[in-house]
Write a protein that binds this ligand. Structure first.
Ligand code: SAM
Length: 359
């Protein structure tokens, strides 16, 4: 009976790109009982949906982790302000621009400036950097992932030339959000920030960690429905991985199987969304990139952060300390070639069906 229902729900996802909350809860609760053939059909359908828009090309984004200072205290994150063991650093403007120059020499056309919520990285300090990045590489997209700011600040960053903003909603259930964050952090504020970013004109990314402590199948279904309705340009989904110096040090790690299953659902709910195979997934599963792509992911983010700083940006434990950028891209190319994919060095905006090209 459950198998039959899973077939019906998966068929609906594949053909209608839709599912109700109850159907999603059912599917999530029966994931481990789905037989291999059905699972293969599900992942292949998600992969084919991605290739309808993006062919066999995987977009690359150069990630620059600009600061490990954070004023927030999220229970799951190693950068949380109460973590006295965390190593704190802030890249200089020169270091950031150097990362961009090196990345653009290799051909990258998207640079993601990510960091904790560091008061130093306000509009006053960010606008000149955005201007300078656009001078170095006018055709590249600048993505920011620096947490919650006022609508006025987001507007000034957009006007300075920032194109995209990543801000995971983390959990759409008030109850779950409150179990993952201290009371000073409000889901409402995060949702307002996401709405403001969209209104201003940013290409917006949202998402959540898979396998969060305390989550239920209902919570996950609500997150999926939220994403379907919010329709972001990008969705970030990576496993929760415990960090030893946080209150969640003893919580269970998210799994690769569950993450890949959720990536396939997202691909089918939001067919043209930009969907990274995350570093967190590659950290817990050495074939994580390949498995994610074969279930519908279409983005990988090589790390351009200078080596010294990279070790200090410890949001979770065991994060692969990736090699230099050129070697990372070489490794990614090799992995992709084995599954019939190749990198694209385009800016990598979200495509619509009419935009399909053979580039
Ligand atoms: N400060 C920005 C923000 O809040 O959006 C960007 C940096 S934050 C570290 C980026 C993302 O890392 C978060 O959205 C969260 O989902 C993820 N993250 C934090 N701790 C994690 C952990 N222990 N395991 C996996 N992902 C984690």
């Amino acid at each position: 009976m459950s198998e039959k229902n899973c077939i019906q729900i998966i068929n609906k996802l594949v053909t209608c790109h839709d599912a109700t909350r109850d159907e999603l809860v059912f599917l999530l609760e029966h994931r481990e009982q789905i037989d291999d053939n059905l699972l293969r059909f599900f992942f292949t359908s998600a992969q084919k949906t991605a290739s309808l828009y993006y062919g066999n090309k995987i977009y690359l984004r150069g990630l620059i982790e600009i600061s490990s200072f954070c004023k927030n205290d999220c229970y799951y994150c190693g950068l949380r302000r109460s973590n006295k063991s965390a190593l704190r650093y802030r890249l200089s403007e020169e270091e950031i621009l150097d990362c961009v120059t090196q990345g653009s020499k290799i051909g990258l056309h998207t640079f993601v400036l990510q960091g904790g919520e560091d008061n130093y990285w306000n509009v006053e300090h960010l606008v000149p950097i955005i201007n300078k990045i656009k001078k170095i590489t006018p055709t590249s997209a600048v993505t920011l992932s620096l947490g919650e700011m006022s609508s006025g600040s987001y507007r000034l960053l957009f006007e300075a030339g920032a194109d995209r903003y990543l801000l995971r909603h983390e959990a759409i259930s008030e109850e779950l959000y409150a179990k993952l964050h201290p009371t000073e952090m409000k889901l409402q504020t995060r949702l307002e920030a996401l709405n403001n970013l969209k209104k201003i004109g940013f290409q917006v990314g949202s998402g959540f960690m898979t396998g969060r402590p305390f989550e239920t199948a209902e919570n996950v279904a609500d997150d999926l429905i939220f994403l379907k309705n919010f329709a972001p340009h990008m969705v970030g989904l990576g496993p929760f991985i415990p960090q030893a110096d946080t209150p969640f040090s003893d919580k269970i790690c998210g799994t690769s199987d569950n993450t890949i299953f959720l990536l396939a659902i997202i691909r089918l709910l939001l067919p043209n969304v930009l969907l990274p195979a995350t570093t967190a997934l590659a950290t817990i599963d050495e074939s994580g990139y390949e498995k994610a792509i074969l279930a519908g992911a279409n983005v990988i983010m090589p790390n351009l952060t200078p080596q010294g700083a990279r070790c200090a940006y410890r949001i979770y434990d065991g994060k692969a300390n990736a090699c230099d950028t050129a070697s990372q891209i070489g490794e990614i190319k090799e992995k992709l070639a084995k599954i019939g994919y190749a990198i694209s060095l385009d800016r990598g905006d979200a495509k619509r069906i009419g935009d399909i090209t053979n580039d």
